[in-house]
Ligand binder design. Structure first.
Ligand SMILES: [Zn+2]
Length: 281
């Protein structure tokens, strides 16, 4: 599989287990404390625009196919599908603490919550699951208190500092200290593929310093900008107290890799959803 990457030395590893291809951060993997993945389009059973590894039940795909995709990913990761817990993403900064009683919510049981864009837990074996097709996945591991977090940070979530909100929720729940957290900014749209209007750029200018905005926003003609969500989320995490050597930022863009990943910017509604998965061992 040909993967288009940004930057120098490769960051993400491409893995294949049980016929399922997924992406993995060595920063998390080498701790031995978690199982994690960012899915690709490869290894599932969905057809057409959803081919082949779609995790959305609400975009028109066959329910049985989606359930089979979850089973295959669970098998590839060595986790239990019935103990996965899904978000209900609406571009909020709401973070929900996951307990044993939440097992299977969103897959094999109805969710009794909505408007949740981040999940945290300290319970081994509970797999947190979040959805993507260009927006930014944020993975968190507190190796000291053995706790994890997984968040969805699109441009709205980034402006509202979803990364910092997730860490402070982990701090409240588990005693997590920001300088001990390992954090990963996952596969999402890169700065060369993400054009935004001056309305979106204005929100970033209101939320971040001029120096930070100079790194995140590249002006184009006609009041358009290229927005660097990777840099913006990196900034949010560093400002929140994450150490630079505890931080890993994706080098793989969802838009640049149509054979490998789904992209909303590229395909609009004719696409499936990717997922991030994170579980304490
Ligand atoms: Zn790109």
């Amino acid at each position: 599989m040909d993967v288009r990457r940004k930057g120098g030395a490769p960051v993400l590893e491409v893995k294949k287990e049980n016929g399922v291809t997924f992406l993995s951060f060595p920063l998390l993997e080498r701790t031995g404390l978690v199982k994690h993945a960012f899915s690709t389009r490869l290894g599932g059973v969905s057809q057409g625009d959803f081919a082949t590894m779609n995790f959305s039940f609400t975009r028109g795909d066959d329910r049985e196919a989606v359930l089979e995709n979850y089973s295959r990913m669970a098998g590839a990761l060595g986790v239990c599908r019935e103990r996965m817990v899904l978000t209900w993403q609406t571009h909020t900064t709401n973070v929900r603490r996951v307990y044993v009683g939440d097992a299977g919510k969103g897959i094999v049981r109805e969710r009794d919550y909505r408007d949740v864009d981040g999940l945290i837990t300290d319970i081994p074996g509970m797999t947190l699951v979040t959805f993507f097709a260009d927006c930014v996945p944020l993975y968190f591991l507190d190796p000291v208190h053995k706790a994890i977090g997984l968040s969805h940070s699109g441009w709205r979530g980034t402006v509202r500092r979803m990364g910092a909100v997730t860490i402070s929720e982990m701090e409240r729940a588990f005693g997590t200290r920001p300088n001990e957290v390992l954090a990963c900014v996952g596969p999402s749209i890169c700065k060369d593929c993400y054009e935004v209007g001056d309305d979106v750029a204005g929100e970033f200018e209101a939320a971040f310093s001029a120096a930070a905005c100079a790194r995140m926003l590249t002006p184009k003609k006609n009041k358009k900008f290229f927005l660097d969500l990777w840099e913006a989320n990196r900034t949010v995490l560093l400002e929140a107290g994450v150490r630079e050597d505890h931080l890993s930022v994706t080098d793989i863009c969802t838009y640049c890799n149509p054979g490998l990943l789904f992209s909303h910017r590229r395909s609009a509604e004719r696409r499936g959803n990717l997922c991030a998965f994170l579980s304490l061992i």
